[in-house]
Write a protein that binds this ligand. Structure first.
Ligand code: ADP
Length: 166
C-alpha cells in the first residue's frame, strides 16, 4: 500500500546509458519529492542502436545511486500512467535541454494528463554543462572511439568499455 503522505515521483526514460545529465536531473528532483523512481522503459528501447539491455541499465542506475535511499530504479512496460498509478506516484519528471525537446515533451505531458488527470509532469533543466548531452550522442561517440569519461560515471564508463570490447 502506498502512503499518501509520501510523495513519489517517476523519472522515465531509456537511460541507455545513464549520463551525467540524467544524474543531475535526478538530484534536482529530490528537492521536489520524497521518493524518486527512475523507470527504464521497455518500449522505447528495443532499437538496434541499443548499447545495454534494459536489465543492465537498471543495474547500472542502481549502482550509480547506491548511496541514496530515496532513489530506486526499475523497468516498466506499457503506459507510463499505469505504472505511476501502480506506484502511487503523482509526479512525472522530464528534462528539457533545448527547444528541440519541447514539442515532443509537451505532447507527451498533455496526453498523460488526459489519460490520468491527477498526474502532473514537471520539466527540469540541467546544469549548463550538460545541456548538450544525450545518451544517444554518448553511445555514438563511444562507438567511434571517442572519450566519454566526462559524460558518464566511472562505473558506467567501465561497463561501456566492456561492452564495446575496449
Ligand atoms: P536521451 O538521454 O537519449 O535523450 P532518455 O530517454 O534517456 O533519452 O531521456 C530521459 C529524459 O531525460 C528525457 O526527458 C530527456 O529530455 C531527459 N534528459 C536526457 N539527457 C538530459 C540532459 N543532459 N539534461 C536534461 N535532461 C536530459
Amino acid at each position: 500500500m502506498s502512503d499518501p503522505s509520501v510523495r513519489v515521483a517517476v523519472y522515465p526514460g531509456s537511460f541507455d546509458p545513464i549520463t551525467r545529465g540524467h544524474e543531475d536531473l535526478v538530484y534536482r528532483s529530490l528537492r521536489l519529492t520524497d521518493r524518486l523512481i527512475v523507470a527504464v522503459a521497455h518500449t522505447a528501447t528495443q532499437k538496434k542502436s541499443a548499447l545495454f539491455s534494459v536489465e543492465d541499465r537498471v543495474e547500472l542506475i542502481r549502482s550509480v545511486f547506491a548511496d541514496e535511499p530515496r532513489i530506486e530504479c526499475t523497468s516498466f512496460r506499457g503506459l507510463l500512467v499505469d505504472f505511476c498509478r501502480q506506484k502511487g506516484a503523482d509526479l512525472v519528471v522530464r528534462g528539457l535541454r533545448a527547444v528541440s525537446d519541447f514539442e515532443y515533451e509537451f505532447q507527451m505531458a498533455q496526453m498523460n494528463h488526459e489519460l490520468s488527470p491527477g498526474l502532473e509532469t514537471v520539466f527540469l533543466t540541467p546544469d549548463v554543462n550538460y545541456s548538450f548531452l544525450s545518451a544517444s550522442l554518448v553511445r555514438e561517440v563511444a562507438r567511434l572511439g571517442g572519450d566519454v569519461s566526462a559524460f558518464v560515471s566511472p562505473r558506467v564508463l567501465a561497463r561501456m568499455q566492456e561492452v564495446l570490447g575496449r
